[in-house]
Design a protein around this ligand. Structure first.
Ligand SMILES: NC(=O)c1ccc[n+]([C@@H]2O[C@H](COP(=O)([O-])OP(=O)(O)OC[C@H]3O[C@@H](n4cnc5c(N)ncnc54)[C@H](OP(=O)(O)O)[C@@H]3O)[C@@H](O)[C@H]2O)c1
Length: 271
């Protein structure tokens, strides 16, 4: 597994919980040194404590939606002379909010985290990876990247951007030794998932973060550019792609109308 990656280093954003945390553990299991980053120092420390010794673990506390967040992360890595062989862009926000009812009309945090941060990190590490003839980029998108998502319109748009960017760059960088994978999970049992949606879906459509992480790393390993974990999720995306766009967005609009309020996402405090 991860052939050629032994003694390499992976940078994982959003590593303090959910899919990013599962990716951190899975990469450590594969023997990669890891740099984990998120806002929660306490959670990162707990992961570092658990994995340190098996591999080298560094943690960088960083708010990637803040104006200087990405800069801080890049500078810290440059100062410690850390060579990043694998970039995992996992940090993401999924606000369940109507376009017109949001209090932040620019959706600054959403765009900073889901669009600007991964774009800048890829742009930062890509020249070095290409020069070395070796690099991997795993971008955590979503099945929401494949179709419009009424009631989460901006979220769907950010994930469509990241999927498109990933696919385009994978072609542009073909033959350079740098490969890309867009990991597009369906609903995954994490703190961000809306409980009503998790409960309404058949078990086979709701994966664990560990299963999603494993699928993503296997896909990256075998050179797949787009990975949709779970057969039912794959079938749902394929079926939607075979329908006319008007039908897909109309069905999405109907689902949004009947969806319960997101009252029961799991809230937690930040340290
Ligand atoms: N769960 C799903 O159903 C699902 C489905 C499809 C795609 N995804 C995607 O999967 C990715 C991970 O989501 P998840 O479900 O695993 O959610 P999660 O458990 O809430 O994890 C989100 C991660 O992002 C970090 N983060 C949030 N805001 C940040 C900020 N401003 N700066 C730096 N880090 C920040 C969080 O850490 P801190 O809070 O410590 O900063 C956490 O580590 C996201 O990109 C999401 O869109 C999730």
């Amino acid at each position: 597994m991860m052939s050629g990656f032994e003694q390499s280093t992976a940078l994982i954003t959003g590593a303090s919980s959910g899919i990013g945390k599962a990716l951190a553990y899975a990469l450590a299991d594969r023997g990669l040194d890891i740099v984990i980053t998120a806002r929660s120092a306490e959670r990162l420390s707990a992961i570092k404590e658990e994995l340190e010794g098996r591999v080298n673990v560094s943690m960088i506390v960083c708010d990637l939606a803040a104006a200087d967040g990405v800069e801080h992360l890049m500078k810290t890595l440059t100062m410690s002379e850390t060579q990043v062989d694998m970039l995992v862009n996992c940090a993401g926000l999924a606000p369940h909010v109507d376009f017109l009812s949001t209090e932040d009309p620019d959706q600054k945090d959403l765009i900073a985290l889901n669009v600007t941060a991964p774009t800048r990190l890829i742009r930062h590490f890509l020249p070095e990876m290409r020069a070395r003839g070796f690099g991997r980029v795993l971008n955590v998108c979503s099945v929401a990247a494949f179709h419009p998502v009424p009631s989460m319109a901006q979220y769907g748009a950010t994930k469509a951007y990241l999927l498109s960017l990933t696919e385009a760059l994978s072609e542009e960088l073909k033959g350079t030794g740098v490969t890309f994978c867009a990991l597009c999970p369906g609903v995954t049992k994490t703190e961000s998932a809306i409980r009503e949606i998790v409960e309404a879906l058949p078990d086979a459509m709701v994966l664990s973060p560990e299963a999603v992480a494993e699928a993503g790393l296997n896909a990256l390993d075998s050179g797949e550019v787009v990975c949709i974990p779970g057969r039912l999720n794959q079938a749902a995306v394929t079926a939607a792609q075979l329908q006319p766009r008007w039908l897909v967005r109309t069905l999405g609009g109907l689902v949004a109308k009947f969806r319960t309020e997101p009252s029961s996402t799991v809230n937690r405090s930040r340290d």
